[in-house]
Design a protein. Sequence first.
Length: 100
Amino acid sequence: MSTTVQEIKQSIQKNKKRLAKELRESKELLVLLKKSASQKLTEEEKQKVKNQLLDICKSIPAFAVFMLPGGAILLPLLIKLIPDILPSAFKEDVPDIDMD
């Protein structure tokens, strides 16, 4: 199984965009948490907070596996077995974002 340089470049570009999306969502989470200290959140805002906190909780085990020796090989296998291990921005069904 050979991976071409072009496939590697595409994978890096796709994940860079997804990471940027995840960071934007995390920033929104901080804004909502700060807002919740002084006023009541709407149901939509509460759902956004819940979803983003779940994404953060999913990121920790994926990152821990990746950091293990051989984790770069093990993580893709785990993703196949446990698709929910990835935050929502990294799921395949999420459309790529245009960051230009």
